[in-house]
Design a protein around this ligand. Structure first.
Ligand SMILES: Nc1nc2c(ncn2[C@@H]2O[C@H](COP(=O)(O)OP(=O)(O)OP(=O)(O)O)[C@@H](O)[C@H]2O)c(=O)[nH]1
Length: 558
């Protein structure tokens, strides 16, 4: 039924557009015919007036000619012949509305624009549209032509008033006409409007919406006008004298189909519905149901079954049977591929697990070896900076740390102290107690010095032979002096017997140098000053410390 509805809607659409096309072309035809009729109406009368003028010029009796002309052309309301001064000398009708003979009234039309225009023209002049005065007040145009005497001189004017209300009869105007007409002059005044319009003759239509809309499209094209209660189709056509004929019709006429059309459409709709229903039934029996059956069988097919099969449907076209055969073949191949794929996946999965285990083992080994290598490097690194005998830092470590301490204290504006230490009379100790005992004494002194350094940044290093160097970053003069006193005393406290030593013991002498490092100076100078102080300590009798304070040396314990 859905298909039938669509077909019916399409048919109605086609019908509607054919109807619209027909309405448009009849609107255009009506516009052409009407414009021609208006033009012909004016032209016929103009030619009649021209012919009458020739007749008058050739001596035809005006008193006979004018009534005859009047009778033949009832559209000519009044006619008058004037002399050269504009005074009416003959007329039809001959009497005024009040019953007086026109010619005796002394009417003079020399001041009328059409009189002046006709006198200057060789053809019949058609005036602007105006409302008559004198012999009537109808809406008219004056048809005026100059008359000449036998010598060709201007002898007067023949003038006729053309009744424009007659346009209604020409256009067949009736109140129930499906079309509305309007004839507009070149000043946008209505000359004539059909009786289904509320426009009076000579009303201005300049401000009407339909005028602006109609002029927005080329003459002869159909335009659409939307008004509050009615939508219109309209058309403008040019006619006589630069006038315009406008015709409009409500758009709703598009939807007025005749009863025959509606019956035919209804029957067609029923026939189409019936055919669609029969077609749907046939398709369902021959195609849809068998295909649905096959689809269900396919959905249920188990690829793990070594030989899956689809049952052939009882009904169905031969195409459906062929389709089932093809699907059966395809299904068998799919099941085969499925089995091989599963086997391959299982093999691949086992291989991947083995590979994973292998990789993890290798990763562990590499990690362990890397760690061992790192530790060995660290040990080597440490050994390369350690004195083998005493276990203190060696000269290499001292140089690195001195450089670093110099830079840090320089940056922070801190004091840096260097203490150089030398064991007193150590040669004699070796000579007396042997070299091995000398080594033991060196180790004991080293440990004592090590114990005296407390801060992480302090460093006690073997400087060479029986000499040691101690770095004390961030340590000013008074701290340095206390430290020097402390190590001299600490070595005394070891109480290592030395017959040739001071008071029979192993003692040390120390040289102390303290300064605030500056970017201009160097650590070597600081070591040099400590060495000079050490020399002073030795010179002053050993077992003491001397502090290099600028150039002045400060001594501890004489
Ligand atoms: N046992 C031992 N002795 C060392 C070692 N290094 C240097 N010495 C000895 O230390 C002694 C240093 O003697 P000197 O430089 O003359 O000075 P000193 O005898 O200590 O006299 P003063 O320094 O003036 O008090 C030398 O005999 C070196 O052989 C070492 O590693 N072990």
């Amino acid at each position: 039924m859905g298909v039938a509805t669509i077909v019916a809607a399409m048919m109605l659409r086609v019908l509607h557009s054919a109807h619209e096309q027909s309405l448009r072309s009849s609107l255009q035809d009506a516009a052409h015919v009407t414009a021609d009729a208006v033009t012909r109406f004016v032209e016929d009368h103009r030619r009649a007036v021209a012919a009458a003028a020739i007749a008058i010029e050739h001596g035809t009796d005006q008193a006979t000619l004018l009534p005859a002309l009047h009778q033949a052309y009832p559209g000519l309301l009044t006619m008058a012949v004037t002399d050269a001064t504009g005074t009416v000398v003959a007329a039809s009708p001959t009497l005024t509305p009040s019953g007086q003979p026109v010619t005796q009234q002394g009417f003079n039309i020399a001041d009328r624009p059409y009189f002046v225009a006709a006198r200057q023209s060789t053809d019949v002049h058609v005036s602007e549209v105006f409302r008559g005065r004198g012999l009537g007040d109808d809406v008219i145009v004056a048809l005026a032509v100059a008359l000449q005497d036998e010598q060709g001189a201007f002898s007067g004017v023949l003038q006729a008033a053309l009744d424009l209300t007659q346009l209604g009869e020409i256009l067949g105007d009736t109140a129930d006409d499906p079309y509305s007409y309007v004839v507009i002059d070149n000043h946008d005044r209505a000359i004539f409007a059909s009786s289904n319009q509320t426009i009076q003759p000579l009303d201005s239509v300049a401000d009407r919406d339909w005028l602006a809309t109609g002029r927005s499209v080329p003459s002869g094209d159909i335009f659409t006008l939307e008004e509050a209660d009615t939508d219109w189709l309209g058309i403008f056509m040019p006619s006589a004298q630069g006038w315009t004929v406008g015709i409009g019709t409500p758009k709703a006429r598009l939807y007025q189909y005749g009863p025959g059309t509606l019956v035919a459409t209804g029957l067609l709709l029923i026939a189409v519905s019936l055919m669609a229903w029969l077609l749907a039934r046939w398709l369902a029996r021959r195609v849809s149901r068998p295909v649905a059956h096959v689809a269900r069988a396919m959905a249920k097919a188990d690829l793990d079954d070594p030989s899956p099969s689809i049952q052939l449907p009882a009904s169905g076209s031969s195409e459906v049977q062929d389709l089932v055969q093809s699907l059966q073949t395809l299904l068998t191949r799919l099941a085969d591929s499925h089995t091989r794929l599963k086997e391959a996946l299982t093999r691949e999965s086992s291989a991947r697990e083995l590979l994973q285990i292998e990789m993890e083992d290798r990763e562990q080994i590499i990690k362990a070896r890397t760690l061992e290598l790192h530790e060995a490097n660290m040990a080597l690194e440490q050994l390369s900076r350690q004195d083998g005998l005493t276990g203190l830092g060696n000269r290499r470590l001292l140089d690195e740390r001195l450089e670093l301490a110099w830079e840090n204290c320089a940056r922070d504006g801190e004091w840096l102290t260097v203490v150089l230490v030398d064991i007193d009379h150590f040669k004699a100790f070796n000579d007396t107690y042997g070299h091995q005992a000398g080594d033991q004494a060196l180790k004991q002194v080293a440990r004592a010095l090590q114990r005296c350094t407390h801060r992480a940044s302090d460093l006690a290093a073997r400087y060479g032979g029986e000499e040691f160097c101690i770095l004390l970053p961030r340590t000013a003069q008074d701290g340095a002096e206390r430290f020097a006193e402390h190590i001299v005393e600490a070595v005394r406290q070891l109480a290592i017997i030395h017959g040739g030593g001071i008071n029979g013991l192993v003692t040390i002498s120390a040289g102390v140098a303290t300064q605030r490092p500056e970017s201009s100076g160097s650590a070597t100078d600081l070591i040099g000053r400590a060495d000079a102080a050490l020399y002073q300590a030795k010179a002053r009798g050993r077992d003491r410390w001397v502090c290099a304070k600028s150039l002045q040396l400060v001594a501890g314990r004489d």
